[in-house]
Design a protein around this ligand. Structure first.
Ligand SMILES: Nc1ncnc2c1ncn2[C@@H]1O[C@H](COP(=O)(O)OP(=O)(O)OP(=O)(O)O)[C@@H](O)[C@H]1O
Length: 310
């Protein structure tokens, strides 16, 4: 097992940031830590890395107890933190070389690794630039290159795409999958469910410092009663008709905003056909129609009663 965390408790004064938090991550996983802002993701990562003292619990990495002075373990970990942490006075190349040099002393070897990292994040044309000349997206890529240049076995990324343009975001996500293909185990924290769904093989959903549910995205979605959401664009739906929609088989709830009818359905087949048949019977004409499978937000909503991003 790459990470084994048991019953972690962390308090900041009266705030209970981690409440008996446990986590098991196997070699080769792309593991997602999904939770709203303030749910304890960064605190969990900082405790796992021994950057923060905790009140209770045990942490093992690569089967060994993790401690602040466990340098042999730290050498095999790459960290990409939420806040970009690079030196303003060093160029792109020098920054990557500095961070790589914390783990790799051999200069020749390091030169190769720095070049590979520059290629990997696509900063070839910017190697002599200083950080203040880089856009937000490029700066994030530099931050990632600094964290991964030494080819660690475990890479932990804490919200690496916050405030990043869509193009850089995609290239970051693709890069993470490539690192995983090359053998690294990945831990990825985010409050963006779409990203976690896109790249993670297993996910823990957390809230208020606790683990709410763990599994693949299919397993997590299978845990809830809610199934697909149907949306129909139409005008003139009356209140009695909305009430009748709510009473259709498998419909667990419905809303109408004057232009769009949204119906939430539990499992069951033919929900869309049944809804459209009803609208035709009522001689209501409709525009676009779409059916969406449940999302991780629906899972979070059903467990906690609130949205991931309130
Ligand atoms: N240094 C600190 N002192 C006091 N309280 C803190 C400190 N750091 C975090 N907290 C509190 O601990 C809880 C968990 O915060 P944490 O930053 O770990 O959450 P998060 O899920 O990473 O959120 P975000 O996505 O906003 O970073 C929050 O209630 C936060 O306000």
């Amino acid at each position: 097992m790459v990470i084994n965390v048991k019953n972690l408790v962390k308090r900041y004064g009266s705030i209970l940031a981690l409440d008996h938090f446990s986590l098991q991550i196997e070699e080769g996983e792309v593991f997602g830590l999904l939770g709203p802002n303030g749910s304890g993701k960064t605190t969990a990562i900082n405790c796992i890395l021994s950057l923060l003292k905790y009140d209770k619990g045990t942490i093992e990495i690569f089967g060994k107890p993790m401690r602040p002075d466990a340098y042999s373990i730290k050498q095999d970990i790459g960290i990409v933190m939420q806040n970009v942490a690079v030196f303003q006075e060093l160029s792109v190349q020098e920054n990557i070389d500095y961070f790589c040099g914390l783990y790799v002393k051999d200069r020749q070897k390091r030169r190769e690794l720095v070049e590979e990292a520059i290629d990997f994040v696509g900063l070839q044309d910017f190697r002599r630039f200083h950080p203040k000349k880089l856009s937000g997206g490029l700066l994030r890529r530099l931050n990632i290159a600094c964290g991964i240049a030494h080819k660690p076995r475990l890479i932990i990324l804490d919200e690496p795409t916050v405030a990043v343009d869509p193009q850089s975001r995609n290239s970051i996500l693709e890069g993470i999958l490539k690192l995983n293909e090359q053998g690294a185990t990945i831990v990825y924290t985010s409050h963006y469910m779409e990203e976690v769904e896109q790249i993670c093989s297993r996910i823990v959903i957390m809230d208020k410092g606790k683990t709410l549910a763990t599994g693949t995205k299919e397993q997590l979605k299978g845990m809830i009663k809610g199934g697909e959401t149907l949306t129909v664009e139409l005008f003139g739906l009356k209140e009695e008709q909305l009430d009748e929609v709510k009473r259709l088989p498998h419909v667990t709830g419905a809303e109408y905003d004057g232009a769009r009818l949204t119906a939430h359905c539990s499992g069951g087949a033919h929900n869309l056909i049944r809804l459209l048949d009803y609208l035709r019977e009522q001689e209501l004409s409709f525009g676009r129609v779409y059916a969406e499978p449940p999302t991780l937000n629906d899972v979070f909503l059903e467990i906690t009663g609130k949205h991931l991003r309130d």
